[in-house]
Ligand binder design. Sequence first.
Ligand SMILES: [Zn+2]
Length: 438
Amino acid sequence: MFKSKLNKFQKNFLEYKKDNSDMTYYNLPKDVVFCKTCLMSNQKPVQTIEHMSQVSDQKTTLEFIDGVCHACRFKKSKSEEIDWKQREYEFRKLLSKYRSRNGSFDIVVPGSGGKDSFKVAHELKYNYGMNPITCTFAPNIYTSVGYDNLINWINAGFSNYNYTLNGKIHRFITRLAIDNLLHPFQPWIMGQKAFPNKFARMLKIPLVIYGENPMEYDQGQRNYKYNEDVILELHSRKPDDQLFIAGVNYKELSENLGIHKSELDAYIPLSIDELKENNTKCITYSYYHKWHPQGNYYYTRDNSEKFKLSAERTPGTYQKHASLDDKLDDLHYFTAFIKFGVGRAHYDASQEIRSGDITLEEGRELIKKFSGEYPKRFMKEISEWLSIDPRKFPESSKFIDEPFFSEEYFMKLCDTFRSPHIWKLNEKNEFIMRNILS
Ligand SMILES: [Zn+2]
């Protein structure tokens, strides 16, 4: 609850006033280090198993060796050690095994119709002769460009199944994820990971092909094997897993909200056994192919009738071509900046440095200029969306003590999530970062 968070903030207040603080939240490394080759921070957590994520979560962060991050080392090994002709052969062999003989759907391609999922579905259909059906887990709040790009995908020759969550429950669960975890996207990520396998099972299609493997970015860690089935591991649950949604125990939520089980099911992944029943094979396109996000954009633009870029620069970064479809996106990256000191421009620039699209120096300037910019543009609409009226949803007050989600509330909440080793209060009691890229 908010009051206990404020108490903790007051208790730690003097830490923020110190010139240096060793107090860290979320198990983040005490010393902030930026990768020598891509500038990513060692404070960046790796992929979390979301259905087990609790308020007291201790994060595992990106592994650094000799000042170089795991993503850079992975990128290097991918470009130097893989026999791509062999991988292409393996991919074609795999597809042959699953290709339908009567033209029925034989692959599920999850995605939004953005540059990555467009390219994967398009290549599978027109290059490899497969029969994909696409599926989308609808964004929290569609942007108009995101919706137009979904239609553009469909119009390029694909059937699509777009699953939209129960709005009343999902708004509440998202609000809870912000209050508990300062993670606006957590419930959506849970659903987005769980849904494609459920959809594939429903249609009895055993092959699901995602775009990128988390290892492509800064999500991977040393104990993930870069095998073709890593996604299956991350998108399913084991028999003993305790289930949490928005950091709250599943049982506690369902019992106290007075809602049906079906209204929370969208967030819960299938069990390994359920996946086995469908013989689901769940792989990533990037395991078999070189993966270049900007190249995917050019492919999608050149093979689309009406693929759109955002009309304006995305707040917090410099680009207009990635993660365009959800109005909550800006808020999501801003909260990552608060918790880990890594804003959206930082994610974008590090990835583009690794891909060779921009230089280290260009990346450094872009991060300094845009990272952590306050996401003003959709805040009014988001505030209304996240305000939960207890007259319409009385049970919500068991979990939320400030029903109205004002920007003032949001910023106070953010302050309670700032780790003292990253943030300092200056003489005017304004927060500044202790470690800035120089
Ligand atoms: Zn790096």
